[in-house]
Design a protein around this ligand. Structure first.
Ligand code: AP5
Length: 253
């Protein structure tokens, strides 16, 4: 399946609607992607969105979209969130959960959803479970990506994001003369502020503190699927889809 849909309802929240919502699919997957910063969750979410038809719901993308607002438009809570992101710390649970609450219509998306970067704490996971219960929904699987630190650092150091369509790429995939231009839409590629070495160190530490309790939470619910994130992005996507089909075989769709 190769479906191009927009994410307006997710990125803007509130009463916003998508201009091109995902198509109705026979199996709307409800997934969350976990793993360290730079392991490739966003890249996999883009590929899985095309394969499965589900919408890519990234909390980091929502905060980065807010960052491009005029400073005077930011509430004090959002301004604090921007500072925390810059330094590599997590944004407070209350603000993250309020943001998800305002976008809860996306959990009912007819194409399904791929949560990327959420939940990140057990409090967030418990609240997500409550939001899903209200809608009579449950996660089909929580995919936990894993990779050695050296490779993660290499991926983060070379990451570039499009200032227009937000597509993520790596400098190794770019060739002259378009070294600073997005291959998808042609807009300028930029490096994320939190990909500075000091911020990467903080993000890794924060991740290591929260990862085990979160994985345990989903292991207890028997939805955790571990995937080795080595190899090309396409290979990892194939591995993920095969694992998802395996673990959910026999469960009602
Ligand atoms: P967020 O945006 O969620 O960032 P992250 O979790 O740190 O993850 P990244 O986006 O850095 O990495 P990724 O795993 O998506 O890797 P990618 O696909 O880009 O969060 C940012 C911040 O927002 C947080 O630090 C926090 O402050 C705040 N925040 C967000 N959500 C929050 C929450 N729920 N609670 C509290 N705070 C929250 O890939 C990386 C690079 O590798 C790219 O260049 C890519 O092209 C390349 N690559 C990918 N796959 C491969 C491959 N197979 N081979 C070679 N290169 C590859």
């Amino acid at each position: 399946m190769n479906d191009t849909h927009d994410r307006t309802a997710w990125l803007k929240g509130g009463e916003s609607h998508c201009v091109h919502p995902p198509r109705t699919v026979s199996r709307p997957w409800k997934l969350a992607l976990l793993g360290p910063p730079g392991v490739g969750k966003g890249t996999q979410a883009q590929l899985l969105a095309q394969r499965l038809g589900a919408c890519h719901l990234s909390t980091g993308d929502v905060f980065r979209a807010a960052k491009s607002c005029d400073e005077t438009e930011l509430t004090p809570a959002l301004a604090t969130a921007m500072d925390r992101m810059r330094s590599g710390e997590l944004v407070d649970d209350d603000l993250v959960l309020q943001m998800i609450y305002e976008r809860r219509q996306c959990l009912n998306c007819r194409g399904g959803f791929l949560l990327d970067g959420f939940p990140r704490t057990v409090v967030q996971a418990e609240t997500l479970e409550r939001f899903l219960n209200w809608e009579n929904l449950a996660l089909d699987a929580v995919v936990n990506y894993d990779l050695e630190l050296d490779e993660i650092v290499e991926r983060l150091a070379g990451r570039r994001s499009c200032s227009g369509c937000k597509a993520v790429t790596h400098v190794s995939e770019l060739s002259p003369p378009a070294l600073d231009r997005c291959k998808v839409c042609g807009e300028k590629l930029v490096q994320r502020e939190d990909d500075r070495p000091e911020a990467i160190r903080v993000r890794m530490k924060v991740y290591q503190e929260s990862a085990a309790p979160l994985a345990d939470f989903y292991r207890q619910r028997r939805v955790l699927v571990s995937i080795v994130a080595k190899g090309s992005a396409a290979e990892i996507c194939d591995r993920t889809v095969a694992a998802l089909e395996g673990v959910t075989a026999g469960r009602p769709g």
